[in-house]
Design a protein around this ligand. Structure first.
Ligand code: SF4
Length: 253
């Protein structure tokens, strides 16, 4: 079933929603057959995830993890990081790059979430609905919609759907979202199309698919989603002609 008319916004007619929901579930089933059902283990607690997310901006996972480990070794508690001289934090997180921006952001975030007992904590978010919690988190400098949703989904088990570059590229190529949908729009559309109980496995498996198969230069020849894919139909098998088709073919980043 190949449906290539996809929305740029979460509002859509019921018939289109039903079709895209069916397609989304088919994508999910096939990726689970290839990659399995990811288990929810190895995630950080919410405060650690917040710091790690700030460290991860504009750097690789490897450098983020090196910086995170150095920070935890040198300043083992979040209170110590918050209260340290900013130069000490900057030096510890040096491997992540942009340390002159990230160090004060981390300290400011930790101050902002410090509770009356003196400890940084995000537990109060559990009393808010997902939208309120996401908006609260996005009030912290350096926290955008993706980071906020990662904290909520990974560390707190809340139904939020983070959209990173892989998810954005793959879902545009599959036309679950429109070719011109921004990441923010993608986030709203996918939060509607994917059933909340599947946010986590769908997120993890689409990222894996984007890293291993549907790369910027896609390996369509080994892809199990070919018959569902609008990029494959328009840009690999066919010659793009219409405006919509050429937009799909530009989803290489
Ligand atoms: S067929 Fe190609 S473009 Fe489509 S999802 Fe698979 S790898 Fe990506």
């Amino acid at each position: 079933m190949k449906v290539c008319r996809a929305p740029e916004r979460p509002e859509m007619e019921q018939a289109q929603f039903d079709t895209l929901r069916t397609k989304t579930l088919e994508v999910h089933d096939r990726l689970v057959r290839v990659f399995g059902t990811p288990s929810r283990t190895g995630h950080l607690d919410p405060v650690s995830e917040l710091v790690s997310a700030i460290l991860s901006q504009n750097t690789s996972d490897v450098n983020r993890d090196r910086a995170y480990r150095r920070l935890r070794t040198r300043l083992p508690t979040w209170e110590a990081v918050r209260d340290a001289d900013v130069r000490e934090v900057r030096e510890a997180i040096h491997p992540a790059g942009l340390s002159e921006i990230k160090a004060p952001r981390i300290q400011e975030a930790l101050r902002r979430i410090t509770q009356p007992d003196g400890h940084p904590s995000l537990d109060f978010l559990r009393h808010m609905n997902v939208e309120e919690a996401r908006n609260w988190l996005m009030g912290i400098k350096g926290v955008g919609p993706k980071t906020a949703s990662i904290i909520l989904l990974f560390s707190m088990g809340r139904p939020a759907f983070p959209v990173d570059t892989h998810i954005h590229r793959v879902t545009r190529r599959l036309a679950l979202i429109g070719p011109r949908a921004s990441r923010e729009q993608a986030h709203d559309i996918l939060e509607r199309l994917v059933p909340p109980e599947l946010y986590y496995p769908f997120h993890i498996n689409v990222i894996r698919h984007g890293r291993e198969v549907c790369r910027p230069q896609p390996r369509c020849e080994v892809c199990v989603l070919r018959d569902l894919c609008c990029y494959y139909a328009a840009c690999v098998q066919g010659t793009p002609t219409g405006e919509e088709k050429s937009a799909v073919c530009e989803t290489g980043s």
